[in-house]
Ligand binder design. Structure first.
Ligand SMILES: [Cu+2]
Length: 151
C-alpha cells in the first residue's frame, strides 16, 4: 500500500512539471535584530511565471527601532530609492508611495512579523542588474544583495 502511494506521488509530480518548478519560484528571507538578511543573493529562474519572497523578521525589536522590509529595484535605482525612502518617512513604511522604480516590496516589519510579496518574472529584463534591499533608514548599505535572472 505504501509503495503504491509512493508510485502515485512520483507519477503526479512527473505529470505536472509546473508543480515541481513552482517550489523553486520562491525564497524565504529572514531578517534579524543585527540588521542582516540571511540571504545574500537571489536567483530567479526564468521558467517561473511568478516569484515569491517570504520575509520574516526573526528578531524581537519593534518596527520603529529595527524595521525591515524587502524591496526590489534595478541596481542603479537602489540608492536613490533608499534616499527617497527616508523622506517618505515611517508613515509610508519608509518607501515612496507608488514609486515606479520599485518593482516589488513587502511591508515594513517589526520583530516576529512576516509578509510575502509575489511579482511577475516578466517584469525582469535580460542583462539588467537588480538589487534587493531593506529601505529602513541606514539599513540598505548592509541589508542588500543582487537578484539575478537565470535560464
Ligand atoms: Cu532593515
Amino acid at each position: 500500500m505504501i509503495r503504491k502511494l509512493a508510485a502515485i506521488a512520483l507519477f503526479s509530480a512527473a505529470a505536472v512539471p509546473g508543480l515541481a518548478a513552482a517550489q523553486q519560484c520562491e525564497v524565504n528571507v529572514n531578517a534579524n535584530d543585527a540588521m542582516q538578511f540571511d540571504v545574500k543573493e537571489i536567483t530567479v529562474d526564468k521558467a517561473c511565471k511568478e516569484f515569491t519572497v517570504n520575509l520574516k523578521h526573526a528578531g524581537k525589536l519593534p518596527v520603529t527601532a529595527m524595521g525591515h522590509n524587502w524591496v526590489l529595484t534595478k541596481e542603479e535605482d537602489m540608492q536613490a530609492v533608499a534616499n527617497d525612502a527616508i523622506a517618505a518617512g515611517a508613515s509610508n513604511g519608509y518607501l515612496p508611495p507608488d514609486d515606479k522604480r520599485v518593482i516589488a516590496h513587502t511591508k515594513m516589519l517589526g520583530g516576529g512579523e512576516q509578509d510575502s510579496v509575489t511579482f511577475d518574472v516578466s517584469k525582469l529584463e535580460d542583462g539588467q542588474s537588480y538589487s534587493f534591499f531593506c529601505s529602513f533608514p541606514g539599513h540598505w548599505s548592509i541589508m542588500k544583495g543582487p537578484l539575478k535572472l537565470s535560464s
